[in-house]
Design a protein around this ligand. Structure first.
Ligand SMILES: [Zn+2]
Length: 323
């Protein structure tokens, strides 16, 4: 009897931790500045649902415009907030330009922004919260696009769907001033001279629920918030997290981010994000990096988003391949 109990325990334990090797998977592909590395400005990820829906999150500086061949078909673009490293003020002239610690972002894409250029070219709606929608509607209109088609507002508490993917807006506690560079010249000059940004409402994060059950929390730029416990885990039951670990002086660093995943959201796996450091050399994690410190402290698998390497997640939030 004792032996049977032991066998059962071991079998159940295995079921609880092993990824589902048979079920449908969501593909997650990081679009960073340097192939096979995790570099300081890497934020962008493409999520692909088993139904083929492809969602781009925070294109930032490392997606090389709408013609970047890594994009392929894009059905929607999510933006957490309007800072230049997420909306995209400058981009790389070519793949791997510059070095991972200091990428070459010599192509200026203001005042349009990288995201708006991508949304227009792909005819993919951007999904934004706060009061960002009215700014983007005006910008899309000025560039000849259809603001009703290309700009979708989703504020905290609300959700929308893209294909079979549910996209919910959750809070981030950060800042969300629009840098003057995205404004017309006269306005930019006046605000810039006063050291001010333009108000576009609060920043946010997202929860995505895919058709296989994978429920991913994308933290955006944030500190520790009570909603990570009450809403992200409590209500949405996120089982995977894309977590900002960048630290001082902007957002959660490795210790705070570890608290968020260990004690608040408690997912089955995590993708580290927004490291603000060259976290890898030749695709290997640098042991003295913030990313490595986070990985040591987190109590679940932490995956390093190597640019161009596709990771596949099962419905329980575990990485089934590519990690
Ligand atoms: Zn940022």
């Amino acid at each position: 009897m004792k032996k049977l109990a032991l066998v059962l325990t071991v079998a159940l334990g295995a079921c609880a931790t092993a990824p589902d090797s048979q079920g449908p998977r969501v593909k997650v592909t990081p679009l960073g500045s340097h192939d096979g590395e995790f570099c300081p400005f890497d934020r962008a990820l493409v999520f692909e649902d088993p139904d083929g829906t492809r969602i781009l999150y925070d294109p930032g500086r490392t997606v090389r415009g709408p013609d970047d061949p890594r994009l392929g078909k894009i059905d929607a673009v999510l933006l957490s907030h309007v800072h230049g490293d997420h909306l995209g003020d400058i981009i790389q002239p070519a793949a791997n330009a510059g070095a991972c610690p200091k990428p070459d972002f010599s192509v200026n894409v203001t005042p349009n922004s990288n995201m708006v250029n991508i949304s227009l070219a792909k005819q993919a709606p951007m999904i934004v919260g706060g009061e960002m929608h009215s700014f983007f509607q005006a910008k899309v209109k000025s560039l000849g696009g259809d603001p009703n088609k290309l700009v979708r507002l989703v504020r905290f508490g609300a959700q929308t769907t893209v294909g079979k993917v549910m996209v919910a807006s959750v809070p981030a506690v950060h800042s969300n001033g629009l840098p003057p560079a995205f404004l017309p010249k006269e306005q930019a000059a006046a605000l810039g001279a006063a050291g001010l940004t333009a108000y576009v409402g609060p920043p946010g994060g997202f929860v995505l629920r895919f058709s296989n059950g994978l429920t991913a929390y994308l933290s955006g730029d944030t500190g520790i918030t009570a909603e990570q416990d009450l809403v992200v885990r409590g209500h949405y039951k996120a089982n995977m997290v894309v977590m900002n670990i960048g630290g001082f002086p902007f957002t959660t660093g490795p210790a705070e981010a570890a608290y968020v995943v260990n004690d608040l959201v408690k997912p089955n796996s995590v993708i580290a994000s927004h490291a603000n450091e060259p976290a890898t050399v030749n695709g290997k994690l640098v042991e003295t990096s913030r990313t490595a410190a986070f990985r040591r402290t987190a109590r679940m698998p932490v995956h390093v988003p190597l640019s161009g390497r596709t990771m596949e997640f099962d419905g329980s939030g575990r990485c089934a391949s590519g990690c």
